[in-house]
Design a protein around this ligand. Sequence first.
Ligand SMILES: *[C@@H]1O[C@H](CO)[C@@H](O)[C@H](O)[C@H]1NC(C)=O
Ligand SMILES: *[C@@H]1O[C@H](CO)[C@@H](O)[C@H](O)[C@H]1NC(C)=O
Ligand SMILES: *[C@@H]1O[C@H](CO)[C@@H](O)[C@H](O)[C@H]1NC(C)=O
Length: 147
Amino acid sequence: MALKLVLFVTVMVAALALPIAKGTSVVVEVQPSFVPCSLGANVTATPPFPNAQVQLRCGAGNVVASTTTNASGVFSFSLDSTRLSLLPTVPLNHCNLVVTTPLSTCNSTLPPVGVLESRIQFIRSSVLGLRIVLTFGPVGFRYSSST
Ligand SMILES: *[C@@H]1O[C@H](CO)[C@@H](O)[C@H](O)[C@H]1NC(C)=O
Ligand SMILES: *[C@@H]1O[C@H](CO)[C@@H](O)[C@H](O)[C@H]1NC(C)=O
Ligand SMILES: *[C@@H]1O[C@H](CO)[C@@H](O)[C@H](O)[C@H]1NC(C)=O
């Protein structure tokens, strides 16, 4: 399982033509991203969703990581090699960000059930010394009535 992920990352990094030194480690991160207190239409004009639990789920709903938005509705993830082994053998852009805190928590007129969710997309890779950082971000949060 971990081997397949390593292969996937290696292929991806090779495709990006990055130099890989021996002893290089890979970090997968989701860049600081905004969660709106809305059904997800035009997020720039909407208030933030503070203290919302956000999960990174991959494959058949495996929760790989979990965090909470700050007072500005912003969260991020950084998965080092110890957490990477938790990732299933799917391409990383087949992972979803799921906000499990009900929208009614930030606005009582919004639904008490269902979740905001977004696929993740690859943003960039960067080499920091012996670390390769693969950065992802949400495609855009949308409300889904099923969990
Ligand atoms: C959403 O925002 C975009 C860019 O600001 C704007 O062009 C568009 O009209 C907005 N859509 C709605 C439904 O408000
Ligand atoms: C929330 O996190 C973002 C990104 O790290 C930061 O810019 C912002 O100032 C934070 N907001 C609060 C209220 O801490
Ligand atoms: C709460 O949600 C409703 C419906 O989307 C919206 O009209 C209202 O402006 C929101 N209230 C606040 C304080 O954001």
